[in-house]
Design a protein around this ligand. Structure first.
Ligand code: URA
Length: 465
């Protein structure tokens, strides 16, 4: 038997030629990627074996080969696993609890995490079986909003907890909402940055490994995925969104976490507001029992996802019963109590929830109105998301601050009949000049029609094993 060392070049040539990689080869590649990152920071060991020395060019070549060739389900499970354990991971054992989380592939106005975390925490606080939600969230990405940016508009709210502090918050509140630590899944941070520069972001395989490695590093018993379809989704077609959902479900199940994906429509902003503080405000009103008609889709989505989480955790006999329980927890005020406790445990100032409409008031506003009567027939939801980002809710480059004030209010959902002059969107920004380009973008993307449009249902399909 040959004892010849397998080098990174051998691994990438194998992928280039469409051959299946072994678990050992994938682990070796991921380890080399992490060492390469550490070498740049000056924290790598002095001596690195030839098998673990890789160049940026080789990493980029591997990513392009992976983009073109894809992975078998086993290879994908090995890659996800190697990335998951590439740095520190969360350990759920001290919680003595069923751990469950949700993840969305990204949308516009999608603030369901802000309702789901306190709802599940409220269920978790109510005795056996114990449930905990160790939620590690992200920042705004492309045209989509990010949970961390929204939470950080609450004065004092600290999303950058250590894993030890996260455990304490979970023991007290049954939920914690934090950002990725620098040492959690470092392989993903390095590979993601490289994908961004090499045109390899949009691979369903690489997206699966990226998302699932981070979610599985939370030490989950179960995961519910909200995979968006429609004009505001990252994936361009229903089939591609479904394929991504199937890959993520099979990867989660192979790693031992019960995993279910819900395919949901993202053809218009979810709920009433899109932005940062305005989304917190919308959720606080709902948790306090005030249900605005424009928030109905957000509440439905949150209940469906919470319902699946409660079902998988053994708190409900069916996902439908779980959705009813979630709704009860929100209407009874139990979820609001859990929210206040959670925010306080993160150092957040809960007094701002007394009058959320008068906090972070925007300095400039403008209303986009219907120029003729007709049905609100369509919009490119991605363009709406970019308009929200351009108002100041997003960042031009990593590390830039985001505006708490920026965002939009939706006044009508697709299929609503509008009279001439009726409001469609109100735009908010910190200064008048920031309204110009987003106003033009929204105006150009909205269509009105004499014919009632076909509006897709919110919940499209459940993908599970
Ligand atoms: N979100 C992630 O975390 N990774 C991807 O690859 C895409 C979206």
């Amino acid at each position: 038997m040959s004892t010849q060392t397998v080098l990174p070049i051998d691994i990438l040539i194998k992928k280039r030629d469409g051959l299946e990689l072994s678990s050992a080869e994938i682990q070796q590649f991921v380890r080399a990627v992490v060492l390469n990152g550490e070498a740049k920071l000056g924290t790598a060991p002095q001596e690195i074996a030839a098998a673990e020395k890789i160049t940026d060019a080789q990493i980029a070549a591997f990513l392009m080969a992976a983009f073109e060739r894809g992975f078998t389900r086993e290879e994908l499970a090995h890659l996800t696993n190697a990335m998951r354990y590439s740095g520190e991971t969360f350990h759920a054992a001290p919680l003595k609890s069923f751990t469950v989380d949700k993840h969305s592939t990204g949308g516009v106005g999608d603030k369901s995490s802000l309702l789901i975390a306190p709802t599940l925490a409220a269920a978790g606080l109510q005795g056996t079986p114990s449930i905990s939600v160790p939620m590690i969230s992200g920042r705004s990405l492309g045209h989509t909003g990010g949970t961390l940016d929204k939470l950080e508009t609450i004065p004092g709210f600290d999303t950058q907890l250590s894993l030890a502090r996260m455990t304490e918050v979970l023991l007290e509140c049954h939920a914690a909402m934090v950002g990725q630590t620098p040492r959690l899944v470092p392989a993903d941070r390095i590979l993601y940055a490289m994908r961004d520069h090499t045109g390899t972001v949009e691979s369903p395989y690489l997206i699966t490994a990226s998302i699932m490695s981070k979610k599985l590093a939370e030490d989950l018993n179960a995961l519910v995925l909200d995979v968006k379809v429609g004009s505001g989704a990252f994936m361009p077609s229903y089939e591609q969104s479904k394929f991504l959902a199937e890959l993520m479900v099979s990867t989660g199940e192979l790693a031992g976490a019960r995993t279910v994906a819900v395919l949901t429509t993202m053809d218009e902003p979810l709920g009433r507001f899109s932005g940062n503080w305005v989304e917190v405000w919308e959720c606080v009103e709902i948790l306090k029992g005030k249900r605005h008609a424009l928030s109905a889709d957000l509440i439905e989505l949150s209940n469906v996802l919470s319902g699946w989480m409660l079902y998988l955790a053994g708190k409900a006999a069916t996902p439908e019963a779980g959705a009813l329980l979630a709704d009860e927890l929100m209407t009874s005020g139990a979820a609001y109590e859990a929210w206040l406790k959670l925010v306080a445990a993160h150092g957040g100032d809960v007094t701002v929830f007394a009058e959320p409409a008068s906090f972070h008031k925007p300095k400039a506003t403008r209303v986009l109105r219907a120029e003729q009567r007709g049905y609100l027939a369509g919009m490119d939801c991605k363009e709406v998301g970019w308009a929200v980002q351009r108002l100041g809710a997003g960042r031009a480059k990593p590390g830039d601050p985001v505006s708490a004030h920026a965002g939009i209010e939706s006044h009508a959902k697709l299929g609503t009949f509008l009279e001439e002059g009726d409001p469609i969107f109100t735009l908010f920004a910190e200064e008048e000049a920031l309204l110009e380009a987003p106003f033009a973008m929204l105006k150009a993307t909205v269509t009105l029609s004499n014919e009632a449009p076909t509006v897709q249902p919110l919940i499209r399909e459940i993908v599970r094993q």
